[in-house]
Design a protein around this ligand. Structure first.
Ligand code: SR1
Ligand code: MG
Length: 421
């Protein structure tokens, strides 16, 4: 039985008392008297505790009634834990083993208790350290295909999907944060925006860039109105934990029904920024080039594995109202089905590039910056790396219709980084 006492932000002692009364936790960890608990959260929003015992370990994540990265002046509802819990369960079922297992959910405390991932580290840190992860692109490409296909009307029973869409429509507060921070703030003067010293002129140029703002408006419309599938909603390199053989997806509290390209684009935009950041901390030129090439290879692999796995699922698992086998395969029109898939992939690719480009803008011109750039100690150098990323992001947003594939995007990145092709 869960304790239904009123919400309170927890500390090591109160968390231990609370979890120590939950049989599902004592079964895994043994009696609470032997637990060690520490708060380790360094993200933008929540408290995160690691609970360890001689028998096992768990992570407890608690939503705060405000945005941790700003403070109590930015109040937030606790409901996001409810949506994160439901997203963890659904996305975990769509690509088994790729998300942490959920052990318990205590809604009154906005508290999710789940698998402790060890020895995993946040992918952002691994990209700053220059670690090569041979299976990363395959893991993330497959995860994207499985989660995006299986949450869509190509695969799901439509009554079930519509009910789920209604449930996640309740996550409007977090969608609103994305709508403001990603699609609007970077292109206007907002008190929330921050830029590296030296980039003030670039920020002003973005605010004055009519073509860029038209592209941002179109992307915001896609984000807000294209309820294609259940998305992670914040799928960047801080939402992936890795070892050299495993990759896990965490933190889907921004989950909502949106366009498929949003999750893919968020990831690719963050990989691109990691690419541009490398020259900020890798003085050895050859090592820098080699690691940048690996990052581009991951980005290309993500797309190709996504496309191949999506096509496989398309052939075998099209059971929803958009499956339409009755119009195609059932009457011998396989070519028609292939055309529908080709059209869809072209649209997802365009969205992916646009969302990647806008993610690159918001992480440089907006409120929420990223470790990959912030780890560059020399501010002038950081500004230079960020400037190149902004230029690349602008091309992605404006030329999404003409860039034909991931190799072309990689070539563009090398050009923007002033590297020979
Ligand atoms: C106030 S929240 C700022 C950012 O942190 C989260 O991780 C999301 O990316 C959000 O945009
Ligand atoms: Mg997060």
């Amino acid at each position: 039985m869960l304790d239904k006492s009123p919400y309170e932000p927890l500390n090591a002692a109160t968390l231990t008392r609370r979890l120590g009364g939950m049989p599902e936790l004592t079964r895994r960890l043994g009696p609470a008297a032997h637990w060690q608990v520490r708060e380790v959260g360094d993200g933008n929003l929540n408290l995160v505790f690691i609970v360890e015992s001689p028998k096992g370990a768990a992570v407890a994540k608690q939503a705060l009634p405000y945005a941790r990265c700003v403070g109590e002046s930015w109040p937030m509802s606790l409901e996001r834990a409810f949506f994160e819990y439901h997203a963890l369960v659904r996305l975990g079922a769509r690509d088994p083993g790729r998300l942490p297992e959920v052990y318990a959910f205590d809604q009154s405390q906005a508290l999710i208790v789940m698998e402790y991932l060890a020895p995993h580290v946040i992918l952002r840190k691994s990209l700053v350290e220059g670690v090569v992860l041979p299976e990363l692109g395959g893991h993330l490409g497959r995860y994207l295909a499985r989660s995006l296909f299986r949450g869509s009307d190509f695969a799901m029973d439509t009554a079930h999907r519509k009910a789920d869409l209604a449930l996640f429509a309740g996550n409007g507060e977090l969608c609103g944060i994305s709508e403001d921070l990603i699609f609007t703030d970077p292109f206007r003067a907002s008190p929330r925006n921050r830029v590296t010293a030296g980039l003030e002129g670039d920020a002003a140029a973005a605010r004055a860039d009519r073509d860029l703002k038209v592209a941002a408006a179109a992307l915001k419309r896609r984000f807000a109105t294209s309820a294609e599938t259940l998305l992670h909603g914040d799928f960047h390199t801080g939402s992936v934990m890795v070892t050299d053989r495993d990759s896990r997806v965490i933190d889907p509290e921004f989950a909502f029904y949106g366009p498929m390209g949003f999750d893919i684009g968020s990831l690719l935009g963050n990989l691109m920024m990691a690419f541009f950041a490398q020259s900020g901390y890798r003085a050895d030129h050859a090592a820098c080039i080699a690691y940048q090439d690996w990052i581009l290879d991951v980005a290309e692999t993500v797309w190709w594995v996504f496309a191949a796995e999506f096509a496989r699922l398309w052939k075998s698992g099209r059971n929803g109202i958009l499956g339409l086998r009755e119009l195609f395969e059932d009457v011998g029109h396989e070519i028609g089905a292939r055309s529908v898939l080709t059209d869809l992939m072209e649209e997802v690719w365009r969205d992916t590039l646009g969302f990647a480009g806008i993610e690159m803008h918001r992480r440089i011109l907006g409120l929420a910056h990223i470790l990959e750039f912030e780890a560059i100690a020399n501010e002038g150098l950081r500004a230079e790396c960020e400037r190149r990323a902004l230029a690349m992001g602008r091309v992605l947003m404006l030329r999404a219709r003409t860039l034909r594939g991931p190799r072309e995007v990689s070539a563009l990145a090398r050009t923007m980084a002033e590297r020979p092709l």
